[in-house]
Design a protein around this ligand. Structure first.
Ligand code: 5GP
Length: 193
């Protein structure tokens, strides 16, 4: 029987830079496929259906839940997000490594179902630095920034459920750490059997 692929889950507080780290990582590391999530959020300018997300209505999202088509799902602020089950399981069974970039609620659900996955917590250098980043990206009001910072303080506590923590102080250093983790996991004896 061919060996299974490994599930890598990158997760952490909102605004911590997970999306950018994921993009750079996928561009620099071969042999890992991204799982495209389903969301009820409206596409942002430049986002493409099927590439960035599968954009669906709330009704369709609820059907996917009822039909057990999602490996995990969560409400993140005002929108629903979920990971397509069949895509992930089929690829892992075929020996393909898979990357998920999801929020903490989703990562904890996956950890329960698939404890063999590799869970990587992306942390901001500090709450103050995260506040500055959210402010300078200019997408959020001061009120929404305050809500996200309070949530982040709480979310940092969940890092203990993960296998690794990577502080996103500097993008290229953080990506190097992610690549090292993935390469080391691929070299584990039990993965080479
Ligand atoms: P955005 O709307 O900015 O693309 O993403 C908002 C948040 O949703 C991010 O923290 C992102 O990691 C998270 N997210 C994206 N896809 C999924 C998913 O399939 N499941 C869960 N639980 N969170 C997701």
């Amino acid at each position: 029987m061919s060996k299974k692929g490994t599930l890598f889950v990158i997760s952490g507080p909102s605004g911590v830079g997970k999306g950018t780290l994921k993009e750079v990582l996928l561009a620099e590391l071969a042999g890992i496929k991204l799982s495209i999530s389903v969301t009820t959020r409206k596409p942002r300018v430049g986002e493409v259906d099927g590439r960035d997300y599968f954009f669906v209505s709330e009704e369709t999202f609820k059907e996917l839940i009822l039909e057990d088509k999602l490996l995990e799902w969560a409400k993140v602020y005002t929108n629903m997000y979920g990971t397509p089950r069949d895509f992930v399981l089929e690829n892992l069974n075929q020996g393909q490594d898979i990357l998920l970039e999801i929020d903490i609620q989703g990562a904890l659900q996956i950890k329960k179902k698939m404890p063999d996955g590799v869970f990587i917590f992306i942390s901001p250098p500090s709450i103050e630095e995260l506040g500055l980043r959210l402010y300078s990206r200019g997408k959020d009001s001061q009120e929404s920034i305050n809500i996200r910072l309070a949530a982040c303080k709480d979310e940092l506590k969940y890092s203990k459920h993960y296998n690794y923590i990577v502080v996103n102080d500097n993008i290229s250093e953080a990506v190097d750490k992610l690549k090292s983790i993935i390469v080391a996991e691929r070299c584990k004896i039990e993965k080479l059997d």
